[in-house]
Design a protein around this ligand. Structure first.
Ligand code: ADP
Ligand code: MG
Length: 313
């Protein structure tokens, strides 16, 4: 497709009898941050490895920067930055040597390399650690080094495979803000994650996948419009009778009521004043209640309605 940085069509990848990608498709336009959201084992890393021609596949087409991707597409590869899920740095080299090494794979001019390495170090905030070897870094700092090595050559397309797994909240925020900044500076980003909050926070468009298949795609607003749940209300109530539950089920906009461990969970399909209506009912019935929570739909609700299972692990 014209204007696409990446097009994946009908991709099928088998590992013996397991179908890891089942006619998977993906399109990315310049300037997007595309979130690839799926639970563990859904095929995210497999898709990335196929896109980078690191893995052979059974069927389908992949185009990067308008050209078919092959193991020999060096020009395309120069313009891609991969931050792999498994940290890939060289233990014998310091932070600075690692970043310079990865830069040197693509950038030959020494002056340019020096400048790019400095940019990457300050970008990920590793200035105080430039002489450290990877073994001396905490998990979060090691992730940052992994990112610096992937972006140092200033690629047009950055592919990040779950860069925040096992990262402390501060480093995580730092990484998410960094991705937004790279995007503002012109990079197109593919961001894979099984954390829906992250994907909601930074991605301009989201593809939800499971079992190697596309389930849904769109902006987070589009995705939430696709589902029935408009609001989920949770209320702490002691000893509610089954008769009350069926009466609540019949209230306007209510389509699902569950009651477990003194928590009443009510799903409403849009509408306004749902909380007021339900609390009014409880008061009329002299049912006392504790805390009340109202949540707008999340991407977990989207995943739950499509697949019947939770995305949360
Ligand atoms: P994700 O990155 O979304 O967690 P993966 O792409 O790693 O998912 O895995 C997709 C499926 O393929 C999983 O069921 C996984 O067990 C399987 N798989 C991944 N790599 C291999 C491999 N090298 N050999 C056999 N099965 C694999
Ligand atoms: Mg993975």
């Amino acid at each position: 497709m014209e204007n696409n940085i990446l097009t994946v069509n009908n991709l099928v990848k088998r590992y013996k009898e397991l179908i890891a990608l089942d006619h998977f498709h993906l399109e990315i336009k310049e300037g997007e941050i595309l979130g690839l959201l799926g639970p563990n084992g859904s095929g995210k890393t497999t898709a990335i490895n196929c896109i980078l021609a690191l893995l052979e596949f059974d069927k389908g087409e992949i185009e990067v920067f308008g050209k078919p991707m092959t193991p020999h597409s060096y020009k395309s590869k120069q313009n891609i930055g991969l931050i792999p899920q498994q940290i890939a740095v060289i233990d014998e080299m310091t932070v600075m040597q690692n970043i310079d090494y990865f830069c040197g794979l693509y950038v030959k001019s020494r002056a340019k390399r020096r400048e790019y390495v400095e940019d990457a170090i300050s970008f990920v905030g590793l200035n105080d650690f430039r002489k450290f070897t990877p073994k001396k870094l905490s998990g979060g700092l090691l992730r940052r080094l992994n990112i610096a090595c992937g972006i140092v050559h200033k690629p047009k397309l950055i592919i990040m495979d779950e860069p925040t797994v096992a990262v402390d909240p501060q480093s995580r925020n730092n990484i998410l803000e960094g991705i937004k900044k790279l995007n503002e500076q012109g990079a197109t980003v593919i961001y894979t994650s099984h954390y829906m909050e992250e994907v909601e926070q930074i991605c301009s468009r989201i593809v939800i996948m499971d079992k190697g298949k596309n389930l849904a795609m769109g902006t987070k607003e589009d995705l939430k419009m696709m589902i029935k749940t408009g609001e989920t209300i949770r209320i702490e109530v002691l000893g509610l009778e089954p008769s009350h539950i069926s009466r609540i089920e019949n209230l306007e906009h209510v389509f699902q009521v569950t009651y477990q461990e003194n928590q009443l969970t009510i799903k409403c399909s849009g509408g306004s004043h749902n909380v007021v209506r339900i609390l009014q009912y409880l008061q009329e019935q002299s049912i006392s209640f504790g805390r009340v929570f109202s949540e707008l739909p999340t991407l977990n609700d989207v995943f739950l309605e499509i697949t019947g299972t939770e995305l949360r692990d």
